[in-house]
Design a protein around this ligand. Structure first.
Ligand code: ME8
Length: 510
């Protein structure tokens, strides 16, 4: 039986259309899902939309549409975003689905049965934009007396009856849990943030609202609507078929919840507490990545600088966009999106480094070896060094991917690509043609083997162009996973006529 791997994106609020921030998180998950499939895992990759709560209800009202119609419409935009980004999700969950409401009700009943829910009254600050409660001391007061959450969202004073979850009683158990699971929160700086937040003490959490109706009713008390975060977090277990039985139940606990740094607290504090209270296993890891700004500015509707994923894909191509987003910024850090940087990486790293390596060696094979994959001859030290570096990539990348080091993984691959270009310059197979034909063939074969490894491990990042590169190397469609790299390609395989995989990007002038 194959080992299992379950990865999730946040489920996105349908109050807004998708932008590259959402595409980024989903893309990172897609690369991991594809990598794990390549490495022999059975993968479940989940994304979807978060459709309840006050924020979505208000957005529907502003649009003058009933909430269900509104969410139906916007949810489709997120499905389309996944398709535009070439994302290979196995399921798409919507919190308005019956399967999800059933899971929410069951989770609630379990928290109640555990003695962790009581009825009280909430009096305090709430930010609809974040769908989050804040303590007075977390807020910033503006000169006009109004208050803002740390995220910049306006807060309002809320007084209403509410059910509470006894989060305060979970403080010590959470701290013990983080201690016992040092890899649960990544990167390290985020882990420290959470530890100090929890050490500072936890208040009981309001988990129901009565001032609106768009959500999942509390079992036995339908005047109350479940707090949208309790509802939303539950999606990750809903999709495994819980509380029913089903073929996907074995995927829980999730291996990884990928999130942005804005929603760290919900995933690392509330979620494990809910799960432990309900007697369910906790996810293995939460990775919180950084925030994108656009040409140095915060992305916002009012600044008019929101970038739709389709704009980038149409302008630069899907694989270049995918490559850039994961290459430009060390994963976990904040980053700045700039078109100039994207174009530069396209031209230098894709067209020059990788494209030229492929084009130079494949066109020599076409011209000088009758288009047939050459056989290997005796190895020199230069050959062995390059081949060893290439064959070390799968293990190196496995470690990088398990710690979500996408940028480092790509740098590892580019070291080999640059070494390949150095090798071709030194070996000069075009000159060997006149002096030592068997050696020329061997050098070209070494280059083909190196490119095969490179294209194989890069498939998760750039599926379309790497498939084309593997086609050109004559790699059979069923020999493109990591395990297949152990079997050498047959010498004498006829290769198709080489074609450039990465054109240079020439900026239109005027
Ligand atoms: O928070 N840079 O949904 P959401 C990088 N429904 N990532 C960004 C980004 C940016 N500028 N902007 C958004 C919610 N993101 C809840 C989640 S999960 C049970 C419920 C990404 O639509 C990032 O992953 O506000 C962030 O965490 C997520 O979008 C927030 O999406």
């Amino acid at each position: 039986m194959k080992p299992k791997f379950y990865v999730t994106t946040p489920i996105y609020y349908v109050n807004d259309v998708p932008h590259i921030g959402h595409a980024y998180t989903t893309l990172a998950c897609d690369v991991l899902a594809r990598w794990k499939r390549l490495d022999g895992y059975e993968v479940m990759f989940l994304t979807g939309t978060d459709e309840h709560g006050q924020k979505v209800e208000k957005a529907a009202e502003t649009a003058g549409v009933a909430p269900q119609d509104f969410t139906d419409r916007v949810s489709i935009a997120f499905r389309e975003m996944a398709a535009i980004m070439g994302v290979s999700n196995d399921d798409f969950i919507r919190t308005t689905e019956a399967r999800h409401k059933a899971a929410c009700a069951e989770l609630w009943k379990r928290l109640e049965a555990a003695g962790d829910i009581y009825l009280g009254g909430y009096e305090g600050w709430y930010a609809v934009r974040d769908e989050a409660f804040y303590d007075e001391d977390e807020l910033r007061t503006l000169p006009d007396g109004s208050k803002l959450a740390p995220s910049g969202a306006p807060v309002e004073w809320v007084v209403e009856p509410s059910y509470f979850f006894r989060l305060g009683a979970w403080q010590e158990r959470l701290l013990a849990f983080y201690e016992a699971n040092p890899d649960f929160i990544a990167p390290e700086a985020r882990r420290n943030e959470v530890l100090s937040f929890v050490r500072g003490g936890l208040r009981d959490l309001s988990i129901s609202r009565t001032s609106f109706t768009w959500g999942v009713p509390v079992p036995g008390d339908p005047k109350h609507i479940m707090y949208v975060w309790l509802d939303a977090l539950t999606n990750y277990v809903t999709a495994t078929g819980w509380p029913g039985e089903g073929p996907r139940r074995d995927f829980w606990p999730a291996d990884l919840h990928m999130v942005g740094k804005d929603i760290l607290r919900f995933h690392t504090v509330y979620w494990p507490a809910f799960l432990m209270s309900a007697g369910l296993p906790t996810p293995k890891r939460i990775f919180a990545h950084g925030w994108w700004t656009i040409e140095g500015e915060k992305m916002s509707k009012s600044l008019g600088n929101v970038i739709a994923p389709a704009d980038l894909v149409n302008a630069y191509g899907l694989d270049a966009t995918r490559y850039f987003l994961l290459r430009e910024v060390p994963f976990g850090n904040d980053g700045n999106f700039s078109r100039k940087a994207l174009i530069s990486r396209m031209n230098v790293e894709l067209a020059n480094d990788l494209g030229n390596l492929a084009q130079r060696s494949l066109s020599l094979i076409a011209r000088n070896c009758a288009g047939l994959l050459p056989a290997t001859g005796p190895h020199t030290e230069d050959d062995t060094t390059l081949l060893a570096a290439a064959h070390a990539l799968p293990a190196q990348l496995r470690a990088r991917m398990d710690t979500q080091g996408f940028g480092d993984a790509l740098e590892d691959v580019w070291k080999v690509i640059r070494a390949g270009n150095g090798y071709i310059d030194r070996q000069a197979p075009w000159a060997l043609k006149k002096t030592d034909l068997p050696r020329m063939e061997h050098v070209l074969r070494v280059l083909a083997d190196v490119q095969r490894v490179v294209a194989t491990v890069l498939q998760p990042f750039m599926p379309t162009s790497m498939a084309r590169m593997l086609d050109q190397l004559g790699v059979p469609a069923d020999a493109r996973d990591l395990a297949a790299l152990a079997t050498p390609l047959a010498a004498g395989t006829a290769l198709p006529a080489p074609q450039g995989v990465f054109p240079r990007y020439v900026e239109e002038v005027g």
